[in-house]
Ligand binder design. Sequence first.
Ligand SMILES: NC(=O)c1ccc[n+]([C@@H]2O[C@H](COP(=O)([O-])OP(=O)(O)OC[C@H]3O[C@@H](n4cnc5c(N)ncnc54)[C@H](OP(=O)(O)O)[C@@H]3O)[C@@H](O)[C@H]2O)c1
Length: 283
Amino acid sequence: MREKAKPAGRPVQAYLFADPVSHTLSPVMHNAAFAACGLAGEYSARWVSAAELGQALASLRVEGVLGANLTIPHKETAVAYMDSLSGAARTIGAINTVINVGGQLHGDNTDAPGLAAALSDAGDAGGPAVVLGAGGAARAAVYALRLRQREVFVVNRTPDRARSLTAALGGQALDRAAVSWEQVSLIVNASSAGLNDPDQTPLLDFDFAALPPSALVYDMVYKPAETRMMREARAAGLRAENGLGMLAQQARLAFIAWTGCEIGIKVFLDALRLHGLDRGAPL
Ligand SMILES: NC(=O)c1ccc[n+]([C@@H]2O[C@H](COP(=O)([O-])OP(=O)(O)OC[C@H]3O[C@@H](n4cnc5c(N)ncnc54)[C@H](OP(=O)(O)O)[C@@H]3O)[C@@H](O)[C@H]2O)c1
């Protein structure tokens, strides 16, 4: 089902549709990947409002266009415009990658396998996991963890949203006080707490020493590179990593789906590093 990009001739195109698009690093990752694969291709970000989404998606159905990535606020609304969906996209109810397959639009969600790959790269050893948040990123996280038979607890500021999420995707919605933290081997922050704000944390007044010393704290937020949650987890002796690995992995999986070029993660991480982003200072 995958169309291979052509190595020469008119450059193939891929896009990011978002509103707003400012400060996105997707073009630097994908354009580095085109170069590394020896493909004539261009990835560009387009500011697409909710009202323009249908038209923007229709414009992908032409030869020479590989597809698009979608981000805020299009991941859920775009589902209705797809001709087919991957199992992950259908279950999560959101797509971040559109693939133009001979004029038919296939919707996929590479956030979920991207997170799984990033957790594995970060040394996640399995075991019970707590997901913080109940939006689209949390849905992808719960899907990825449940697919791997993990025990998952969802803690969210608005408990009703956590309950709706677990009713649809599995896992158990819990209040923070009801979690047996001493048994938790992974915390994933899939909330937007801490995004662009070094003083914010989804776990205020929390004792990270309640977790086993081998636990991993994975924050999907990557700006700042060391979030308050990561800093506090590290101060308690835990391993902590930001969401840059997930960002790179979801991009890599989208790129492979578009081009068939099985490129390694290093190209994506190096492109991010060149633009001043890294996975956070080591312990
Ligand atoms: N690294 C990556 O590749 C990657 C990929 C996708 C997303 N992300 C990041 O993941 C985060 C969530 O994205 P999303 O699309 O799921 O957003 P979303 O749908 O808007 O959901 C945001 C979630 O965060 C919670 N929240 C917001 N502020 C909070 C606070 N101060 N304290 C506690 N909880 C708070 C919300 O709780 P309520 O339900 O109570 O409102 C909600 O559950 C964002 O920071 C995004 O940048 C990273």
